[in-house]
Design a protein around this ligand. Structure first.
Ligand SMILES: [Zn+2]
Length: 341
């Protein structure tokens, strides 16, 4: 097993082809994932990005985060109507597979970042409303915590920092990590947005309706270096939600596309200054025009790519690649049949 330290490529994990079947009237913009993939595939053709299909999060991965009964109910299709209403998706085997692949994407990206890549992206993920024994808000399994505990179990990192810049507070992540000092949680969100009940993160910054680029970036500049200093992480899991965008249907903030790109660059620059590898997941985005959501996510991927060259040499990684038994999931090359066909 050779660590991909010197290859001039950034890994991007995709799972849009594991389609989550939705009724035609459903409001979730599922097509954004396919469109984002198409744009990133253009980058792959330039030789700068390597697209990877993630392995599904394993049963063991899920059990490090969720209670056995919840995992069994989801895997076996025994979730109650009320549980599924809270998640917002109808149950199907494909929905569960899709959720496991999405978590697998964050596992893959975080593992790659820690193994020497410096930064890698999941073109899905950010399912931060999933808690120990329940899903919610279009989230089934909590990919950030699944990935954090996966890399901890493999000895790739001891301490993780979740930087959650989705417009909605990461209630599931906060609750899951409340008693876990090894995973520090930081959320900047709209005060009045879903969820109504917000279990405390290690640091929550709740912004008023209509917060614009300047005020948002000031808050980020003020808090992020302090959070890093306080938590002393080995790596960062960054949720780059597209829903703080001014046109978002479900968000109360007013960031422009330029402001969101500047947000991404500041997170990346701050991580680089501190020598921190990071994985980036896309999280939410509900603008009426799907192309606006895709523009924002694609700009995040572009910012990560700009950052990549200087980030790779940022710090020596604790690499498990020399041990064939601990080869990372993304190293699998055999194609996996899509359940969507
Ligand atoms: Zn959101």
């Amino acid at each position: 097993m050779h660590a991909p330290t010197h290859t001039p490529l950034m890994f991007a994990f995709y799972c849009h082809h594991f389609v989550l079947p939705l009724p035609p009237e459903h409001r979730f913009p599922m097509d954004k994932y396919r469109r984002l993939y198409e744009r990133v595939r253009g980058l792959e053709q330039t030789g700068r990005v390597r697209l990877r299909e993630p392995q599904p999060a394993t049963y063991e991965d899920l059990l490090r985060v969720h209670c056995p009964d919840y995992v069994a109910r989801m895997l076996e299709g025994r979730a109650s109507e009320a549980e599924l209403r809270r998640i917002g998706f109808p149950w199907s085997a494909a929905m569960v597979e899709r959720s496991r692949r999405s978590s697998g994407g964050t596992i893959g990206a975080l593992s790659a970042a820690l193994e020497g890549e410096g930064v890698a992206v999941n073109l899905a993920g950010g399912t931060h409303h999933a808690a120990r024994d329940r899903g919610g808000g279009y989230c089934v399994f909590n990919d950030s915590v699944v990935a954090a505990r996966h890399v901890q179990a493999r000895g790739l990192a001891d301490r993780l920092l979740v930087v959650d810049l989705d417009v909605h507070q990461g209630d599931g992540t906060a609750a899951l990590c409340a008693d876990d000092p090894s995973i520090h949680t930081f959320s900047i969100h709209a005060a009045r947005n879903y969820p109504a009940v917000k279990p405390p993160s290690d640091l929550d910054v709740a912004l008023p309706d209509g917060t614009d680029d300047a005020a948002y970036l000031d808050a980020l500049d003020h808090h992020l270096p302090r959070v890093i200093a306080a938590s002393r992480p080995d790596a960062v899991i960054y949720l780059a939600g597209a829903d703080p965008f001014e046109g978002d249907r479900l968000g109360f903030l007013r960031l422009s596309k330029a402001g969101l790109l500047e947000r991404d660059r500041r997170v990346l620059d701050t991580c680089r200054r501190h020598g921190l590898p990071l994985s980036i997941s896309m999280a939410g985005g509900y603008a009426p025009e799907v192309e606006d959501i895709v523009d924002i996510h694609f700009a995040t991927v572009g910012a990560a790519l700009e950052h990549w060259g200087s980030a790779t040499a940022a710090r020596p990684s604790r690499r498990a690649c020399d041990d064939p038994a601990s080869a990372p999931a993304w190293a699998e090359t055999a194609p996996t049949p899509s359940i969507a066909s």
